[in-house]
Design a protein around this ligand. Sequence first.
Ligand SMILES: NC(=O)c1ccc[n+]([C@@H]2O[C@H](COP(=O)([O-])OP(=O)(O)OC[C@H]3O[C@@H](n4cnc5c(N)ncnc54)[C@H](O)[C@@H]3O)[C@@H](O)[C@H]2O)c1
Length: 315
Amino acid sequence: MANALITGGAGFIGSHLVERLIKEGWTVGVLDNLSTGSWDNLDLAQGPSLIAKTWDVSVPWPTEKFDIKWDVVVHLASPASPIHYQRLSLETLRVNSRGTENAIEAALRDGARFVYGSTSETYGDPEVSPQPETYWGRVNPVGPRACYDESKRYGEALTMEYWRRTAIDARIIRFFNCYGPRMQLDDGRVVPNFIRQALLGEPLTVYGDGSQTRSFCYVSDTVEAIYRMMTGSKLAGHVINIGNPWEMTIREFAQAVSAAIEVPLQIEYRPLPQDDPTQRRPDIQKAEQLLGWRPVVDLPEGLIKTIRYFRSRVR
Ligand SMILES: NC(=O)c1ccc[n+]([C@@H]2O[C@H](COP(=O)([O-])OP(=O)(O)OC[C@H]3O[C@@H](n4cnc5c(N)ncnc54)[C@H](O)[C@@H]3O)[C@@H](O)[C@H]2O)c1
């Protein structure tokens, strides 16, 4: 039991993490500006151990208002889906640069551990598969995804430099695609897109020819990994991939969603967006060795839980 401050805690991954921490007896602070999240996501976590504040973490923080000393700060605040981070491009650049610095400074003030939520998009459109943490990536620094990819890369550089130059215990997680309940129906990511379209009996939109690959990690597995990253010892200065190494093509994923919802597979092909990565698969050997972690929820099980959540929301 300890005190954790989670930025972006009203979002998809953040809300599941907050719920888990509260269940384990932690006191949890959340700072979120609700740009892509909602306090409704924290309905199940309400109680005296949750202190939630609406705040843009890219501007200096109201830390004094919490009146609590944090043991861990987890920085998850950032738009995560291409639709949102391109709509909020400048805000995305700020939250991963200034926002990350504010989060690190808050951790430093309290002598807290710092965990930065980065992304597999730091690898860009990779030339190697699976991607190990040692791969430097192939990113277009001026393309339409750069506001996200490059700001996350800057956030990582900042985290590592603070770790090198101060006493802070800082760690970086690179999340690969994570899915589950509380994703937004209309955030344009492939999981909610396909589920919404299949539930409405519409064709599933596939960009390109559908041969590009992705790997999908169920949110409870992701949260378990964050928990171990927050609480494990001797992880300072480490960057660790968190994702499911089970890689599939987007066409295969469309088949899996149609089968789970029991509708015939219909696909509508559209042009591939610029800089869309052709392959994404994490090398998770480091997570296995240092965190003793690997995903345990398989795709059919995760899809059933996710579809159950979306069914009541699709009209
Ligand atoms: N979900 C994934 O598959 C995935 C993959 C790679 C990386 N990530 C990273 O994990 C983190 C969480 O992603 P998610 O899928 O839960 O996204 P999300 O959009 O559901 O959650 C992000 C949260 O951050 C909040 N936020 C954004 N800007 C803010 C700001 N300036 N100040 C305060 N709050 C702010 C949003 O309101 C939202 O609640 C992000 O940093 C994202 O880049 C997620």
